[in-house]
Each structure stands twice: as structure tokens, then as C-alpha cells.
Design a protein around this ligand. Structure first.
Ligand code: PLP
Length: 465
């Protein structure tokens, strides 16, 4: 392909993208294909000769598009959002074009410097204190793994990387039973082990970790000769939006000199609105590490996870490695690959710059406020359907409900709704019961889209019962 052809197809694809978004609400939200249906249509072996773009694009429409679940659909209420605001998509096109590796300052000074400033813009936007720095990671899972490795390394007096972990005792990490599975996996990968991830019960309307149980668990472990290494708190758990009492957890961590990580992957975006910070965000400034994903609710296209660090030194002491070929001569500069596990890194900061400048914080706040308000309205509407019960929340824009009947009935309703295609939502487990989970957060959703969910649910329920 030459660059003139590239320019032509670039224009075609931009037009396709706009039309896709403009007609998205006519498509079923969840892909309506059976397993294997897409792969069966692909040639089993690669072509020996090149094919024209017309053919490739036509096959893309014919084969690929039917197998897409539309995350940008205005009636996507499943999981959490994965918003891609148009200015952020445009920035990604530029990033893809330049295709720079931003592992070191000198491998693209603008990559590093825009990143430092964007992390600081977001620090201010979330009401976090001056002095906190940070880095953009690919995912919250990677940020959490970095924090767990730092907890482990710090608990060994920074000798683990060199000596290994043999005979250093059982490192213990504490969290509530509402944490995301990425915390479990970080503990597996870090060699902590699932059995040493101590999950404690929750209490109250936000399902916060029980501080007395946390304190007691740490004391029990110390008495048993274990090595407490860190605490992971959550603001906005994945299941039902659980939020810990950050002050209570930070007090306990301080008492025992434990490293703290706060997982706010989803709910962090809402903290650009000052009214949501009290009480959910009170104490966040005391955490050693905080992760939030602008690629969820805020509108910066995947991948974009911000890890804020109160002091970057412990994480650098854990992850930094500097072979000769990566040394930068001369000035003191930031090399972000030393802050993370992968060496290579994309220019992720550009889409934040485009996004924040294009909408301003006020434009983004207006969306999040609407989502929270509409989620509350919707919960009320669903709660008033005969026999339906709101089981949790809303916490910010996430709530859960049950229809009449047993757990199987909940699953039947979820499947029927997703087969219907007008809305998309998913099930979860809470308190030993199956629940139906619903979050509002798609960037372009309207009040009408959101409230329509109640009508669709009533309608589909009527056809089932
Ligand atoms: C989505 C989510 C994660 C995982 O995020 P990735 O960026 O996909 O790794 C972790 N924690 C919470 C609370 C989440 O909502």
C-alpha cells in the first residue's frame, strides 16, 4: 500500500467510523452469533498474494462486524463502560501514525513530558494532593501487580529481587471480599499465593471492609510469625460498587507500617465531581498507590490506566532495571519504563490531552452527573416493576436487582434480555444470591436510552413469566 492509497482509505474509514456511531443504537448491543461462527468464515491459511483493500474492507463488514458486541452502544449497561470519546479516538489515530516507543525520555521526549503533565492534570482533577506523581499503565491489573510487587519487595527490605523469596516467610496482603479478580491474580503472579491474600467481610451501605476484622487479622498474622506486606482498598468494586472507608483502612496501615494500594479503576473517574468525593474519596490522599482507568468511565479510549504514587521510590526500587543499552547520558530525565513491568510503551497521554481539552472537566463532569442521576431514576423504575427488588445501590451509577424467582430465573431473564438485543447487562453474585447488575456510563447515552431499559425489562419479563 502506498501513502496515497493510505490517505484514501484513512478517509473512508473515518467516514465509516462516524456512520457506525450515528447508527449504533439500531444494532443489537450484544453480538448475536454462535461460538465458532466467525472463525468458520475466515480462510484457514494466509494468502500467498496480496489482496485489494476493497475486498478486505468488504469482508470486515461481512464477517467481523456481526461478531462485535457494541461497547459504544448507548444502551450498554453491562460490566463497566469502555468509553472512546471522539477526540480520544482522533488522538489514537495520531499515536498509531507516529508509532513511537515511549519507554525512555529520549525515545520520544514529548511522550514522557505530556504523560507527566497529564498525570498531574488528572491528579488535580481527582482532588489529590500536590507531590503525588504517577505513570500511565495499560490496565488496572498491571498497576495493581506493580503495587503488589512493591509491597512484597518492601516487606523483604528490598532484598527479594536479588535473593529470591526462599525462607522469607509468608507475606500477607489484606483486602475485602469485594475486590476485583485482578487482585487475586497479582498475588498469584507475585508469589504471595491465594492463601496469603486475606479477604475480610464487609459492612454498611457501601459494603466497606470491616476495620475491626482487618486489625484483628493483622494482629493474628503477626502473632503467627507471618509478614504483613500491604493492604488493598477499593472505591467502587466491580460486583456491586463496594467502597471501603479509606480513612479507617489508612489508619490501620499506618499503625502497622503497611504499603497501601487503592483500586478505583471504575469509580475514580467520578471523583472529578467534588460532590462524589464525600465520603467515598475521603482519605484517598493517604494511599501509597492509586489506580483509576480513564479508559472506563472518563472517555479516554482503552488502554489507559493511571497509577498515582505518593512516592515513586519504592516502586522504582522494585521494578527499575537499567542495562547499558537503556542508559540515557546527560540530563536527569524520567524514564517511565522503569516504573512498570513492560519495557515498550505506547504514547497513551496524547488521548488524555485531547479529551480534557476538547470537553473540559466541566463537560466530562456533566456526563458523569447525568449517568448517576439517570441510574437512580432507572433503579426506581425497575424497583417498581411488580415483584422486582433492588438488591444493592445505586452506588454512583451501579445498582443490582432481582426479578421474582430463584437464581435460575435471574439468569433466564439476563439471557432473554441480551438475546432481545435492545439492552445489554450481566449477572453477578452477592450475598450468596444471583443478582442482575446494571451500570450507566456510556459516553453518549441519553436519559431516554437509560429509562428505556426499564420498559425493555418489563417487556421481556412479561414474555418469560
Ligand atoms: C475493571 C476493573 C479492574 C481491571 O481493570 P483492567 O484495566 O481491565 O485491568 C480492576 N478493578 C476494578 C474495580 C475494576 O472495575
Amino acid at each position: 500500500m502506498n501513502w496515497d492509497e493510505f490517505a484514501h482509505w484513512g478517509q473512508q474509514i473515518s467516514k465509516w467510523a462516524a456512520a457506525y456511531h450515528q447508527t449504533l443504537s439500531d444494532r443489537p448491543v450484544r453480538a448475536q452469533t454462535a461460538p465458532g461462527a466467525i472463525s468458520a468464515q475466515l480462510e484457514p491459511a494466509p494468502p500467498e498474494t496480496g489482496q485489494p483493500m476493497e475486498t478486505i474492507m468488504a469482508d470486515f463488514e461481512r464477517i467481523v462486524m456481526p461478531g462485535i458486541t457494541h461497547w459504544q452502544h448507548p444502551r450498554f449497561f453491562a460490566y463497566f463502560p469502555a468509553n472512546a470519546a471522539p477526540p480520544s479516538m482522533l488522538a489514537e489515530m495520531l499515536v498509531t501514525t507516529i508509532a513511537a516507543q515511549c519507554m525512555l525520555w529520549q525515545t520520544s521526549p514529548a511522550g514522557t513530558e505530556v504523560e507527566s503533565v497529564m498525570v498531574d492534570w488528572l491528579r488535580q482533577a481527582l482532588g489529590l494532593p500536590t507531590g503525588m506523581t504517577g505513570v500511565i499503565q495499560d490496565s488496572a491489573s498491571s498497576a495493581t501487580l506493580s503495587a503488589v510487587l512493591t509491597m512484597r519487595e518492601r516487606a523483604t527490605g528490598f532484598t527479594g529481587n536479588r535473593e529470591g523469596l526462599n525462607a522469607k516467610g509468608a507475606f500477607r496482603i489484606y483486602c475485602s471480599d469485594q475486590v476485583h479478580s485482578s487482585i487475586d491474580r497479582a498475588c498469584w503472579v507475585a508469589g504471595i499465593g491465594q492463601d496469603n491474600l486475606v479477604k475480610l467481610p464487609t459492612q454498611g451501605p457501601t459494603f466497606a471492609i470491616d476495620p475491626d476484622a482487618l486489625e484483628a487479622a493483622i494482629q493474628r498474622d503477626i502473632a503467627a510469625g507471618h509478614v504483613p506486606a500491604g493492604i488493598i482498598a477499593i472505591t467502587g468494586g466491580t460486583g456491586v460498587g463496594a467502597c471501603d472507608d479509606l480513612v479507617a483502612v489508612a489508619d490501620i496501615a499506618q499503625r502497622h507500617d503497611l504499603y497501601t494500594h487503592l483500586d478505583a479503576a471504575w469509580a475514580g473517574s467520578a471523583m472529578i465531581c467534588p460532590e462524589f468525593r464525600d465520603p467515598l474519596w475521603a482519605g484517598a490522599e493517604r494511599y501509597d498507590s492509586i489506580v483509576f482507568n480513564p479508559h472506563k468511565w472518563l472517555g479516554a479510549q482503552f488502554d489507559c490506566a493511571i497509577q498515582f504514587l505518593k512516592d515513586a521510590t519504592p516502586q522504582l526500587n522494585t521494578l527499575k532495571i537499567e542495562p547499558e543499552y537503556l542508559k540515557t547520558s546527560g540530563a536527569e530525565v524520567t524514564n517511565y519504563s522503569e516504573w512498570t513491568i513492560p519495557l515498550g510503551r505506547r504514547f497513551r497521554a496524547l488521548k488524555i490531552w485531547f479529551l480534557l481539552r476538547s470537553y473540559g472537566l466541566d463537560g466530562l463532569r456533566a456526563r458523569i452527573r447525568n449517568h448517576v442521576a439517570w441510574a437512580n431514576e432507572l433503579a426506581e423504575k425497575i424497583g417498581s416493576i411488580e415483584g422486582f427488588e433492588i438488591t444493592t445501590g445505586p452506588i454512583l451509577s451501579l445498582f443490582s436487582f432481582r426479578c421474582p424467582g430463584d437464581d435460575d430465573m435471574q439468569q433466564r431473564l439476563v439471557d432473554a434480555l441480551n438475546d432481545d438485543g435492545r439492552i445489554y447487562l450481566t449477572q453477578g453474585m452477592f450475598d450468596g444470591r444471583k443478582i442482575i447488575r446494571l451500570q450507566v456510563g456510556q459516553f453518549d447515552t441519553t436519559r431516554e436510552d437509560v429509562l428505556m431499559a426499564a420498559d425493555v425489562i418489563r417487556d421481556v419479563w412479561g414474555s418469560l413469566s
